[in-house]
Design a protein around this ligand. Sequence first.
Ligand SMILES: [Zn+2]
Length: 377
Amino acid sequence: MIQSERMIKTFTELVRIDSLSREEGKIARQLVGRLKKLGCRVRVDDAGKKVGGNTGNVIATFPGKKPGGPVLLSAHMDTVVPGRGIKPIIESDRIRTDGTTILGGDDKSGLAIILEVLAVLKERKIPHPTIEAVFTICEEAGLVGAKHLDIRSLKSRHGLVLDSCPADSLFTRGPAADKMEFTVHGLASHAGVCPEEGISAIRVAAEAIARMRLGRIDAETTANLGLIEGGSAVNIVPDRVVIHGEARSHDELKLAAQSSHMAGCFREAADSHRIVKDGREVRATVESKIARDYPRMNLGEDAPVVKWVMAAAKKLGVPIACRKTGGGCDANIFNGHGLNVANLGTGMREIHTVNEYLLLNEFQQTARVVLEMLRFK
Ligand SMILES: [Zn+2]
C-alpha cells in the first residue's frame, strides 16, 4: 500500500528545500500545504519567535474515527550543516548526496514517511485513530523546538518519533543530560615581570580537567568537556577561562554524581591556588552553572507504543528490537512531559556527514510498519 515512488519523490523534494536550524520557514510552509491537502487541521506555534527562527513547530491533526485516543507521529524539519543546495542522487538501493553536503535524511526521511502514511490512510479509507503529526524546528540545535512546544496542548499519550538510523531498531531508552559551564577566575599579571602576582586560570582549569573522570564513565554514563576558551595574550597570566561540557546517564543518580564530580574537580583545583598580594589573600574561584538539558527516555517493553510496533513488525515479518541509545532526541522531551514516545529508525546512515545516505528498503519498511501499527492499533 505504501507507494514507494511517491515517498521517494516527496523525500527528494523535501531535501531540496534548505532548512538549517532556525531557517525552517520554507519547508514549514511546504509541509503545512501538504498536510492541509491531506485533510489535516494545521497550526504553527510561536516557538520560532522564542528561539530566533523564521517559523515555529508545525502541529497537525489528522482526524480519525478509531477509539483509543490519538497517536503522535513526529519528525524534525531542520538539518545540520553543510546543508544548503542538497542534490540527492537516487541509486538502486539508496539515496545519497553528491558529496558536498549532508543528505538531510535526518530527518526528512521521517517527514516523508509520515506524509506517505497519512496519504495511504486517506486514499484507501483505512480506519485509523486520530493522528497528531508534529514537525519540530531546531532539533539539531539542542531539541529547542520541542522544548518550546506546548506539549500539554497535545491530546496524544503515546507515539513515535521517526529520527534514528536502522529500521530494525526501536529506541526505547535514552539518557538524561546535564549541560554545564564552568568559569574559572584567576588573577592577571605580567607573565615576564611578575608572574608570581598572578593566578593562571588556564592552569587551574588544566589541573581540574586532569583529575576529572571523562568519556565513558560506565555502561550508562558518559561525560565530555567540548569547548574551552580563555586567555588574551601569551605575555599575560590568564585571569579567565570558560569551559563548556555535558554529562549523560540513563540513571538519574549516576548523572547527579557525575555532574557534581565535575564541579568538584574545578572547586578543588581553584582552592589550591592562592597568593598573597598587598597583604591580602587572593584565590582562584570557579562559577559552575549546571542545568538539565533534557530528561531521559525510558519505556518498558510493555509500553503500548512498543507493543504496537512489535505487533506490526511481527505481522509484516520484519525484525525490530528495542534498543538503547546514548543520544538525545525530541522523544526525550515528549517523555519528560509524561508521554510514551519511542524513536523508530528510518534507514538513514552516516548522518551529520557528507557521506550520509538513506537505504530505500529500510525507508519503505518503516513506512509499512507505521502504517500497519495505525491500522491495527
Ligand atoms: Zn535527527
